[in-house]
Design a protein. Structure first.
Lengths: 1072, 82
């Protein structure tokens, strides 16, 4: 006999469904009226409890009765993670709002470069992972219906299905009802960003019902059947001693490893199960609701679990310790206690738990399937339909039906073979596989698309192998040998003991291996591979969603052959319906100005493109939206790709600044490198061309003589015309204008050239836009840096010009460095030559004479520069006769040195023919006359001849300083002088020749004007007097010592070590 | 205030998360895993049934602190989250 009549159950169930439909409908009406129920944060909090499915509702009690506290981690994990919601969940919500995210797959795909492949993998995985969970819910509804209804009931008692040709089973009927609900409130029409208020409110209501039902049974059992919690425990331990260790942990049944695994799994599940993501993130109406949810959701979890243990123990007590039907104690306890209405309430609670989950999951999965599996195919086929929105919504509805039916099929095929909790855990484990890619999406900028794909797919494979394969084996689909011996007898690959890892329960085992492969591949691939520019930009938008800069982005670009506002609207209409498209576009236009022709400015068209893509993304997901826009622009011939790439790098002020800096850094590295100047220029242009995809970059420098710009470096392909073009400077050309006005000249679209002089070459080269930036050096323009593109237009934005000017500045620095370097090299080369000259000149001076009995001679010449014009010599004509010469060629140049060398050569070659000083001077004057006249040089000379036997000194003077003679006998200084002019002034000069006699101890001092004209700080000259005193003081010294003494005194006098004029001294002492 | 209030809350959050993770796992819970009972209830069950609501109270206090800082700074500050 049925406890409750079939009619009652059916009518109550149907009434309950009707109530839910009404509530959902009411919520949608309220929303339409602008008084959304979701403004109430409690509704959001309650809707989150979709986490608690029938598994919680019935399964927790079952688990508590068999495994003690093992049900707890599933709720402790979410409580723990709720701590972080203000940071973690809020970030997810903010990103999803800004990027118009529609689902978990969309979130991941949107972050990882809008990858369609990733989205498809995630979707497939989600469908695989969640279908068993849907099966679980259907199973729960069917089982409880049977229980409450009494299994032995004949089909005739089902009035509704009477007379049908087949007998539908209850699970299918319920499934279809849920599909109907899903379609009505989840896919009535295409919604922007998947907001379904009716669905959310219905789920919130269901959460309330299941909580009330659970608490009602809890209170009834605890205080109705028993005398409070303590009483239950007391009786339990008294009458069921075999279960005394039920609540022990760290046992084989509930190891600490398993406990930890369950906590981790539940933390991941509550965040990353697709339905949780949907309710928490995409359906979130207000960020501030998260704050309430942080404590209200854990409170809900606590309340719904508070009676789990009492009910479980009560069930065991009532059934004498038999836990076979423990999963349904919740229902059987009130039924057996004669409380059918309470049981009916429980049934409704369970129905709510299951229905909420199935509705949300099916809508979520259907959205994912539509956007990420079906859409790419549709886009590939390029169906030429005017209005796609009808087709899309139909596919979505079919998707809901498909997902629920798939769950049903799974339930029929495998569901009965496995305990409820196992199916739930498999789904949780699937959700955990999204965790690394999701967390990385939020906090790790470097994480990339390939890594995410590897992460999710490797996790998926391990999950399938370690959990699903065993499930299939246990259902009898596969040979059990696979578990026992491993595939093909390979024990290392046993699905439950992979690579020989033993001693863990299957969940810990699966979690360990799947996360190891998942996280490992994620980290490794992220670190080993790079990100594309667009992916970097996506990563920034996610990781730095709270930073202020992210808001202002991608405004400055241009699309060639851009579609009009109307065309964009038509494109949107095609996918989301005319009405939605029009309301979206009017929202956009409200913030933008339209000109008289009804179109937007160049800068705003790209914004409109972005807006269109985002709007579409709100309906179909980010990856399909991108494909739609790209296909559309490509079909029009709008060269959006190139423009997009460049603008992806350089125009977004915030995002690009780093890339700007890196380019500038690279340029400065090149400038300061040790490369040759030409190579530096080439490398800079290479860098520009590569980084910004320029087709041609040129550096020209001014050639001062011809006043033309000569190509110094050129990167990129060009007709030979360009390379040769040495542009004349006038403002008729763009480059001339840039150079002459010292300002950057840009042409963002060569269809609008203003200077006909440049037109021919631009056309010939196929240039679409270009810029000339002057290269300056200390305010002078010295050249022009030019960049040309053949594919993009509108490349040169304000930010980019700033970058280009900066690069031109660096080129200017490189140029200046090059100039200084070449000057330095020149000087160094000269110095080297002078050093050679100096060495030669020094070699021309006489070597010290061998020691002689009659005289001691020393000489020294200190040139002021490398080479000088001073000359001295002493030549032994024979054993007794010595010629002494001192001469001074004006100047200190190479010319002076040459004359000096000439002088020496002449004297040495004439010694035999000219025996007297006057003759020698005469001959020299005649010899030099022409040479000196031409070179503006003149020579002074004092020529002496000393006969050692007679001690006679014969001498003649050609305008040189008068030598000094120290007479020891009289202790006085005497000056030698003779008439005679300097060389090279007059053709014939009579040189007077005089004679004097020296005595032993006398000193002869020859010198040049460098000595007596040396000046101190007050411009006082050293003079004869000081020199004469020095001789007097040093009369007893050797000639060499006397020379040293004089030099040091002169240095002391001037205060400098270095002489400004050549200094030469020759001293001869007459010995005893 | 020298330090941004939300930063200190964030630090507190991380500390509480770590603490929470420790308190519901081995070896900490092993303290209560014995057979002793309090008021006839196994102490591990009591530990969780008291500790759980206590942690919810901590979250509630945490949220209140968040509201306070939002009150002092005017807007819920987003900029710190970078």
């Amino acid at each position: 006999m049925p406890v409750i009549s079939a009619a009652t159950i059916l009518s109550v169930s149907l009434a309950y469904f009707a109530l839910i439909f009404t509530i959902a409908h009411y919520a949608e009406k309220r929303r339409a009226a602008g008084r959304s129920l979701l403004a109430n944060p409690h509704i959001y909090c309650l809707s989150l409890a979709v986490y608690c499915t029938s598994w919680t509702f019935y399964g927790s009690v079952g688990l508590a009765a068999t495994s003690g506290l093992e049900f707890l981690p599933i709720y402790l994990g979410p409580t723990l993670i709720a701590f972080g919601w203000w940071f973690l969940l809020r970030k997810m919500v903010r990103i999803s709002k800004e990027q118009k995210i529609t689902s978990l797959a969309d979130f991941l795909s949107s972050r990882y470069d809008r990858s369609a492949i990733l989205a498809a993998i995630v979707t497939l995985f989600a469908v695989f992972g969640i279908t068993p969970y849907i099966a679980l819910q259907l199973k729960a509804i069917a089982t409880t219906l049977d229980l409450i209804y009494l299994p032995e009931l004949s089909p005739e008692d089902l009035p509704l299905v009477n007379g049908l040709p087949f007998q539908p089973d209850t699970a299918l009927v319920v499934a279809l009802l849920l599909v109907l609900f899903g379609i009505l409130f989840g896919a009535r029409h295409l919604d922007s960003s998947e907001r379904h208020e009716g669905l959310v409110v219905a789920v919130a209501f269901e959460s309330l019902v299941k909580l009330v039902a659970f608490l009602a049974v809890g209170i009834f059992v605890t205080w109705g059947l028993f005398d409070g919690v303590a009483d239950i425990f007391q009786r339990f331990y008294a009458s069921l001693p075999q279960h005394a260790d039920l609540f022990a942990l760290g046992t084989e049944r509930t190891s600490y490893a398993k406990w930890f695994t369950l906590i981790i799994l539940s933390m991941a599940a509550v965040m990353f199960l697709p339905r949780q993501f949907h309710i928490m993130v995409t359906e979130n109406p207000d960020e501030s609701h998260i704050k309430k949810a942080m404590w209200q959701f854990p409170t809900y979890l606590f309340l719904i679990n508070i009676f789990v243990i009492p009910i479980a123990l009560a069930g065991l007590l009532v059934n004498q310790g038999d836990a076979t039907g423990a999963d349904y104690f919740l229902l059987t306890l009130p039924l057996n206690a004669g409380q059918p209405w309470l049981a009916l309430l429980v049934f409704l609670g369970g129905l709510s738990a299951a229905a909420g989950m199935v509705m949300v999951s099916s809508v979520t999965l259907a959205t994912m399937v539509l956007n990420h599996l079906v859409m790419p195919i549709i886009l590939k086929l390029q169906l030429e339909t005017r209005d796609m929105s009808g087709i899309l919504i139909a596919i979505k509805r079919l998707g809901i039906l498909g997902v629920v039916l798939l769950g049903y099929v799974y339930y029929i095929a495998i569901g009965d073979s496995y305990a409820l909790v196992n199916i739930g855990m498999i789904s949780f484990m699937a959700a955990a596989q999204f965790a690394p890619a999701m967390i990385g999406a939020l906090y790790w900028r470097r994480a990339n698309k390939h890594a995410a794909i590897c992460s999710v797919s490797s996790g998926f494979l391990v999950w399938f192998y370690t959990l699903l394969i065993p499930a299939f084996v246990r259902s009898g689909w596969l040979d059990s040998d696979l578990l026992v011996a491993g595939p093909f007898g390979m024990a290392l690959l046993k699905p439950l003991e992979l690579f020989g890892l033993q001693g863990f329960d299957m969940y810990s085992h699966a979690l360990f291996w799947s996360l190891l492969f998942n996280l490992g591949s994620y980290l490794a691939v992220s670190l080993l591979t790079g990100q594309s520019r667009s992916e970097k930009s996506r990563a920034r938008k996610f990781v730095e969603v709270f930073s202020d800069q992210v808001g202002q982005k991608e405004q400055l670009t241009r699309i060639s052959k851009a579609p009009t506002v109307l065309e964009f609207t038509e494109l949107m209409s095609k996918f989301i319906g005319e009405k939605q498209a029009h309301s979206a576009i009017s929202e956009f236009l409200a913030d933008h100005e339209i000109d008289q022709r009804g179109s937007l400015s160049d800068q705003e068209i790209p914004q409109l493109k972005g807006f269109t893509e985002k709007t579409l993304a709100g309906y179909v997901g980010a990856a399909p939206a991108r494909i739609i826009i790209e296909n559309y622009l490509a079909a029009r011939g709008s060269e959006m790709e190139d423009v997009f790439d460049i603008f992806g790098t350089v125009t977004i002020s915030g995002a690009a600044s780093r890339e700007h800096l890196s380019v500038l850094y690279d340029v400065s590295q090149i400038v300061s490198s040790s490369d040759h100047f030409q190579k530096k220029l080439d490398r800079i242009l290479d860098l520009l061309a590569q980084q910004f995809k320029f087709d041609l970059c040129v550096i020209r420098f001014i050639e001062q003589k011809s006043k033309t710009l000569l190509v110094k470096s050129l990167v990129g392909e060009t007709l030979k015309h360009f390379g040769q073009s040495e542009r004349n400077l006038n403002t008729e050309t763009y480059i001339g204008q840039a150079f002459l006005t010292n300002t950057t000249t840009i042409v963002n679209d060569t269809d609008e050239l203003e200077k006909p002089a440049s037109e021919a070459i631009i056309r010939e080269e196929g240039i679409t836009c270009f810029a000339h930036t002057p290269i300056t050096q200390d305010g002078d323009t010295i050249g022009v840096l030019s960049a040309f593109s053949r594919s993009g237009k509108g490349v040169f934005t304000t930010e980019f010009i700033a970058l280009l000017e900066n690069v031109a500045g660096q080129v200017g620095i490189a140029w200046r460095n090059e100039q200084q370097l070449s000057r330095l090299l020149e000087v160094r080369e000269q110095e080297r030559e002078l050093q050679i000259a100096k060495d030669i000149q020094m070699a021309l001076l006489p070597a010290p004479l061998p020691p002689m009995q009659q005289i001691d001679i020393a000489g020294l010449c200190v040139p002021a520069h490398q080479v000088g014009g001073d000359y001295y010599d002493f030549i032994l004509r024979n054993d007794t006769c010595c010629d002494l010469i001192i001469a001074d060629v004006s100047g200190h140049s190479i010319g002076s040195a040459l004359i000096m060398a000439e002088t020496r050569t002449f004297i040495h070659s004439s010694l035999l023919t000219l025996s007297e000083p006057a003759d020698m001077l005469q001959a020299l004057n005649a010899f030099f006359l022409k040479d000196l006249d031409r070179s503006d040089l003149f020579v002074t000379m004092f020529y002496l001849q000393y006969d050692m036997d007679s001690r006679r000194l014969i001498y003649g003077n050609a305008g040189h300083n008068m030598p000094l003679v120290w007479r020891r006998k009289t202790q006085s200084v005497e000056m030698l002088d003779a008439e005679g002019l300097i060389f090279g002034v007059k053709k014939s000069i009579i040189f007077e020749q005089k004679v004097t006699t020296l005595e032993p101890g006398d000193l002869l001092l020859l010198y040049t004007d460098g000595i007596i004209e040396a000046e101190d700080n007050n411009q006082n000259q050293f003079g004869y007097k000081r020199l004469a005193n020095l001789i007097k003081e040093g009369q007893n010294a050797t000639p060499a010592a006397l020379i040293d003494q004089i030099l040091s005194q002169v240095r002391l006098f001037t205060g400098y070590r270095h002489f400004i004029d050549d200094v030469t001294l020759v001293v001869m002492k007459v010995l005893e | 205030m020298s330090e941004h209030p939300e930063n200190s809350i964030r630090e507190a959050w991380i500390l509480f998360m770590v603490l929470g993770m420790c308190m519901i796992n081995f070896p900490f819970i092993h303290i209560f895993a014995g057979a002793q009972k309090l008021f006839g209830v196994p102490q591990l069950v009591l530990y969780f049934m008291i500790g759980w609501p206590a942690s919810i109270v901590v979250i509630w206090l945490f949220v209140r602190a968040l509201d306070r800082t939002a009150g002092t700074t005017g807007e819920p500050s987003d900029s710190s989250e970078t």
